[in-house]
Design a protein around this ligand. Sequence first.
Ligand code: ADP
Length: 635
Amino acid sequence: MTETIEKNEKQTLGFEAETKQVLDLVIHSLYSNKEIFLRELVSNASDAADKLRFAALSDESLYEADGELKVRLAVDKEARTLTISDNGIGMTVDEVKKNIGTIAHSGTKKFFESLTGDESKDSQMIGQFGVGFYSGFIVADKVTVITRKAGEDKATGVKWESSGEGEYTIETTEKEARGTDVILHLKEGEDEFLESYRLQSIVHKFSEHLDIPIVMKNESKDEEKEDEPDDITVNSATALWTKAKSELKEEDYHEFYKQTLHDYQDPLAYTHSKVEGTNEYTLLLYVPSKAPFDMWDREATSGVKLYVKRTFIMEGGELMPRYLRFVKGIIDSDSLPLNVSRELLQQSKQIDLLKAGAVKKVLSLIEGLSKKHPEKFDIFWAEFGSVLKEGPIEDTKNKDQIAKLLRFASTKTDGKQTLTLPSYIENMQEGQSKIYYLTGSAYATVKNSPHLEVFKKKGIEVLLLTDHVDEWLVQHMPEFDGKTLQSVAKGDLDLGEVNKDDATDETTDDKKDDEALNSILEQIKTTLDGKVKDVRVSSRLTDSPACLVADEHEMGAHMERIMKAAGQDMPASLPTFEINADHALIQRLKEETDDERFADLSNLLFEQALLSEGGQLEDPATFVQRLNKLLQSLL
Ligand code: ADP
């Protein structure tokens, strides 16, 4: 990729194999909305201008004495071309090859990896990725790009050309003015894009509030009249966020979002505000309606752009905390110096204040959804709920506010994450003082867990936590609203005063004097030596014969499995084995006189308990042998 092109040499290079397929899909699925190609190309042009403005902050000469940045749309009716030109940063040969000659950049590769082969599904997915430059091929059967990097010699221009059929050519060329021309050779039947009024109406729709003038030739100019301008500016070219809210309609906000923040769909919600004072800034922040494909990619940066006095400075750069990484938008500071560096950004007090302010705004935006637009909140939760759950872990300052926004599944929500912690507390039973939960890898694993038996019997609701992040969440949130969060799979269960008159309560204490029982507890403990720490009579079980519990301060079986799966070496912590003294199998054990059968049955009970909480047997083959032996004895 780094080999250079000799002057006047023309190279023909192949796209990556997948490019053609991506292009076909793009063209096919976006054709019904084909005018979006203009939004994409104008958006690239505007980004190129932003990049130049930023680079010029430290090197004024890059402007080459032309500091008036703009995008130009020009048509040639005879040649049937539409050209989108900018005088932005431009590209070198290597950049052209890398940025538009391969699909390895940005989202396209990821997009390709996630294709399912089902055309209708794949078409819908395109919306999540953004296809940018390639959208030109929706209306053009050939695209020519002529570009020259700002600050370089005019002989370093590059001409790239492709009909989107798997190959492109690239050669050097002279280009007087810096920046990029994208020339679309329109397909048969696409002549509407040669009409000035049509182009203007698309610009109004998509690019009205882009912070850069979009100009076209003034076709109605009377050549006689000297004072009439050659060009007309077709958009208002004022950054949308600088306008008063009262001047803007929801539609304006939505179009601006799609134009500048690279999404095909309308956002779910937005917040726009200006903060005055010594640290002045304007925020325009959006919650998308769909999670981005790279939401779980640790390297992915946030979609919030930082501006200083309307000059684009940078994108991403931890402007939002990780748990709000789905937020997109703009923060424009009036108080930071224009020459802020990344280093400065990391340790500036003003930035900290600005970030804190932005977080507050987003949290109240989400709160507003939960209170006033439950149907939107449901969408939000389905897309971003598991990310928001990182909030109380990462952001201790706003922990309580975030915790109130979280939704959980419980033993009473039928698998749906709909319960808030405040409503859990409202539903608590007489005498209940704790918030009970059970963690596990899947809803199916936890919903029938033996650990829940006594809770179901007493009508006590238990949160069922099966998201990956949940284990960390409960560790960082030992209590909510003064109520301890308590795992039902840990510690010696004490349901205290809850539904005391219930008949199940004459359990453990009455069993203390049962000698036969005490002696099998000892015998089981000896049999399961090395596998369990202790054996005791359970107060959790009503139907199952046995279960495993961790100590109060231990991390618990599910967490241990997560850590092991992540490659962590875990010190083995042994569980306590609890048995249900009333269960027929335990009664049977009490009477068992044959040591071998006693050992088999104890081991089976232990292995069952392990399986029923989603654990894995160390020696499954022996388990199967034991079970078969038992089954055979029944024949
Ligand atoms: P995206 O904009 O999502 O990165 P695109 O396919 O639209 O994807 O563009 C790929 C890359 O090509 C851009 O990131 C940019 O680096 C470069 N590019 C596209 N258009 C221009 C332009 N007009 N000027 C400078 N660079 C451009």
